[in-house]
Ligand binder design. Structure first.
Ligand code: GLV
Ligand code: MN
Ligand code: MN
Length: 418
């Protein structure tokens, strides 16, 4: 259990499960996403589950409990990747769930609740500006009107992408689950940071997930000839954007509560060697342990952007694309997960998550718990992402211990050996 989950992530790291040869890029609703769901469906079926795709492009495997139609513990993560990403960010949490359920199936065990493994389609937001649209659909918090018109780099709307994937964009809210059908959501994920490795620990238990905001900034000036327009007469948004990014860095460096800010995308328009850009657009990703700290930073950065633009005779717009508040994991489930890690004889290390996860959205539907797995050098969102088979095996055992402890405290009966 566990080692195979890692091997399967590796298998899904190449075409047709990647859109690009020689790297892993699996964006939401792409042919690579479709191919990954087809193969995942086979593995889920082999593990003794029924399988279905929901109205929002999620894949769901279900292993019934001792009595039919019992509410389910959902276990999973996301199947999409960032551009040129690693193989374990997301899929590992799904495939550890498949391994765990297959072990119960092989032992002929039925729990008081059903188990479902879920592969969310869009956690990263690497195709469209907003992220986590699939877990938001399941949690019942997705507003289709706010997202269906978003366009990708090729000008395809999210609504068109859904249609091309064989889904009806008018029906995505049908993916919402009733709170009474869901007991909890358990997500295992690589840590994506260096803490566990530095402390020589395989596993960690997540206490809370940081708040984040995504914003787009556009600074507009005047396009012109790069050879003939004297420097003092230009209205060039390029240097203004550079100043704004330095202001973002300065404000975040001075911050508390693990405040971090990133400009991960930047475009000069129209984009030519010999044209002074008429506009520059860049993204901002701002995170902190609390929404209050995040919001104060966003406000300070926005003020700086307007001041810099005005001083240079330019105009600036700052548009909020998405806000996700901090999400504490459920204290009871977290304590149960800590006991499960302890059952393996491992030290219990609690830590917060700076990365976003589907669990933060699923918290609107049900209690959540998250298990972190050590990754090499803390490297993630990078093809160098790496985990060991041994750590994956420990994660699978801890997840099984968690599920067993949850079953033990459930008043409904279990069946089968164990
Ligand atoms: C997802 O990996 C995120 O933290 O943005
Ligand atoms: Mn990621
Ligand atoms: Mn992830």
């Amino acid at each position: 259990m566990g080692g195979r989950a890692k091997a399967r992530c590796d298998l899904l790291g190449v075409p047709p499960y990647s859109e690009v040869d020689g790297q892993l890029t699996r964006r939401f609703l792409s042919p690579a996403h479709d191919a990954a769901l087809d193969t995942l469906s086979l593995w889920i079926t082999e593990a003794g589950m029924t399988v279905r795709r929901d109205a929002a492009g999620n894949l769901i495997g279900r292993y019934e409990g001792a009595s039919p139609d019992a509410p389910a513990l959902l276990i999973g993560s996301h199947i999409d990747s960032v551009r040129n990403g690693g193989r374990y960010d997301g899929p590992l949490g799904i495939l550890l769930g498949v391994d765990l359920i297959e072990a119960l199936h092989d032992a002929g065990r039925r729990l008081p609740f059903a188990l479902e493994v879920i592969a969310f389609g869009d956690e990263e937001g690497s195709r469209f500006a907003a992220s986590m649209s699939c877990s938001r659909a399941v949690a019942g918090t997705l507003d289709p009107a706010a997202v269906l018109g978003m366009i990708d780099a090729e000008g395809v709307t999210l609504a068109q992408a859904f249609t091309a994937f064989g889904l009806d964009p008018a029906r995505i809210t049908e993916a919402a689950r009733k709170p009474s059908d869901v007991i909890a959501f358990l997500e295992a994920h690589i840590e994506q940071g260096p803490v566990l490795e530095a402390e020589g620990l395989a596993l960690g238990v997540v206490t809370a997930i940081a708040a984040q905001k995504r914003l787009m900034v556009r600074i507009s000036g005047m396009a012109g000839h790069a050879g003939t327009t004297p420097m003092p007469l230009r209205k060039d948004p390029g240097p203004a954007a550079a100043e704004c990014i330095l202001a973002l860095e300065r404000i975040c460096r001075a911050g508390t509560d693990n405040l971090v800010g990133t400009v991960g995308r930047m475009t000069a328009l129209p984009g030519a060697f010999n044209v002074i850009p008429g506009a520059v657009e860049f993204s901002m990703d701002i995170r902190a342990e609390t929404s209050a700290t995040r919001d104060a930073a966003v406000e300070a950065i926005t003020t700086e952007i307007h001041t810099i633009a005005a001083r240079r005779g330019l105009t600036a717009t700052v548009t909020l694309m998405q806000a996700l508040d901090e999400s504490p994991c459920d204290p009871d489930l977290t304590a149960l997960l800590e006991s499960a890690v302890g059952d393996l004889g491992l030290p219990v290390r609690r830590l917060p998550s700076g990365a976003g996860h589907d669990a933060m959205v699923m918290a609107d539907l049900c209690p959540t718990a998250m298990l972190f797995i050590r990754c090499e050098g803390g490297i993630s969102h990078n093809p160098a992402e790496s985990v060991t088979e041994a750590d994956c095996a420990l994660a699978a055992q801890a997840m099984l211990a968690f599920v067993e402890r949850l079953a033990d405290r459930d008043p409904r009966p279990s069946t089968g050996s164990g």
